[in-house]
Write a protein that binds this ligand. Sequence first.
Ligand code: ADP
Ligand code: MG
Length: 727
Amino acid sequence: MSRVRRGAYIAVLSTGYAEYDFNGERNSEMDNVTDFFGSLVFDDRVMKEKLSAEVYSSLRKTIDEGLALDKKVANAVADAMKEWAVSKGATHYTHWFQPLTGVTAEKHDSFIEPSADGNVILEFSGKELIKGEPDASSFPSGGIRATFEARGYTAWDPTSYAFIKDKTLCIPTAFCSYGGEALDKKTPLLRSMIALNKQVMRILKLFGNDDVKYVTTSVGAEQEYFLITKEMYEKRPDLLFTGRTLFGAKPPKGQEMDDHYFGVIKPRVAGFMEDLDKELWKLGILAKTEHNEVAPAQHELAPIYTTTNVATDHNQLTMEMMQKIAARHGLVCLLHEKPFEGVNGSGKHNNWSISTDSGQNLFSPGATPYENAQFLLFLCAVIKAVDDYQDLLRISVATAGNDHRLGGDEAPPAVVSMFLGDELSAVLDAIEYETHYEGVKKQKMMLGVDALPRFSRDTTDRNRTSPFAFTGNKFEFRMLGSSNSIACANIMINSAVAESLKIYADELEEADDFKESLKKLLRKTIKEHKRILFNGNGYDDAWTKEATEVRGLSNYKTTPDCMPHLLDEKNIRMLTSHHVFSEVEMRSRCEIMLENYCKQVIIEANTMISMVQTSYIPAIMGYTNELANSINVKRAADVSVSVGYETTTLRRLSSLKDFIAGKCDELKISLEAVREIKDIEKRSCLIRDDLLIHMNELRAMVDEAETLTAKSYWPYPSYADLLFSVK
Ligand code: ADP
Ligand code: MG
């Protein structure tokens, strides 16, 4: 399946994409994308070429069906990998993994081993391929690893291809403690894929699909980001230390004109995108669409979807490459969820579906009523999952940065709901009330015992406000922040859907009359879970009110609000029963996530204090001195000074300066109070209820002062300088 897709994609590339540069000249380098696509990946093509038929087929079995790899095969693979990597100029290898810090980690070892004659040989064994032992004591473990047992180990994930980056062979790996607890994001993701596969297979058997060997989930992650010039970036300590601006008055022009969305891409940005695409293609990443987003300086990249754990690795790599390539162009790529107040933040859209080993998408409405019955069951499983585990979905995207989007006034809201579109909603109504379903093509359908409705694929979704939307043959989860790893969201989606399917399979396997039981089960799901379905405008305040007060949906605005619910009994029961997490792992993750939240906001508060004390207050004093001088000049000329521009501005700025100094002191006191609290949950709550309030108030005062102070006195680039810096 993936090979078919890739072939088709290369055809698209070589005929239509970037063949001409921006002057209309033929772009010779881009001519032969097919030659370099995946050139830095030890992918299926390379494996076939470099491995013996026997080793290849055994490795393929491991990749596709999860069978264990024997030592002989591992050695042969390691040897071929090393030969290939060295031929591409690599000198080192690393186990590449995704600890809970949110970034990727690597520890480079060189291939060299001393040889008897005093020279070196290049060596890489199966053992080194399969298992690594980074000295990982400083990765967060939430108390799982006591310090005396600080070493964890990394284990090869053969389902994600090895690749070369910075002359280093990178081997995608999972990261665990010696007790076997997961210390990373990949391990639970792989476990959740196994859990989902198990339950989907039970359901497929019930529908008589006996030739399906396994199913996988696929994800296409659309990634938003901002680009600003390096020059401006380096002048802003807040961007340097926290990734977002902590101060900044609104620019005269923001995003109100919507003229940036899909607008003409500026040459410098186009140069960046072209370079980025090229580097990503070398890494086998199917970067497909690049365009401008709504906010000025905001852009988006969408890849073609692929297997979830590969998509997760690819998204991490994409974020890393974005930053590297930007630097080459004198730019900085901001991946923070909310780099600029008053301007849309950046998110990620996680497009998710399940397909069989032969490439059948289980969320494609089928051509026959029978296929549709199966489709409706999978659809209902997702509806039930999203409703039952709203909290886990919200938790999976919770960070200090994303709180500014989800809890704020922008897309999507913190309330999780699901969009199905009119046609599918009508089908569900018909099932619930056992009425006629009238499709868009005016074909009337009776919901008889043996025939469920047949309908066409609805591709009309353009409801961009929905957090979880059905978009024809996949679901689009839109709550992820731009810097989130997509692993967390997919762990929760996979597990929650596995749980729905388990409940269905338990019931249907025992049923005397399969069709009747199926109908009952669908109707029951729709009745019990339709509260999660909402096709309207998710930004509307009226919706939040209805969602929370009438429908009883949860509305967790912040990370401290939602994170402790990870440990609710129902969540522990569900996730442990599918072996996605152990209870210990869940407790440690909850602690780490809250710790990350606290650390992030505390760094922000510290940065604010330093900027105010060392730059803003002195700047305001400088300008107020000038105003005072000007007033003295007036006085000397016998002009009345009791009113006039200088006097009113001086009065306001002087008092603002004192307010700012006072607020800064309050912020310091609040910070002390936060530091004194040892309990991480309580600490995060005090940050939410006190520290962040002071930070916002301080910001508002400084932003007002910015609008009154001469630009030549203002110490940092303005929003206009930042947002419109890339010409
Ligand atoms: P848009 O959201 O702009 O309408 P598309 O729906 O075409 O664009 O695709 C958005 C993303 O969804 C892309 O990354 C695409 O590869 C991915 N996608 C398309 N089909 C599927 C699928 N069946 N499963 C998972 N992702 C998919
Ligand atoms: Mg989309």
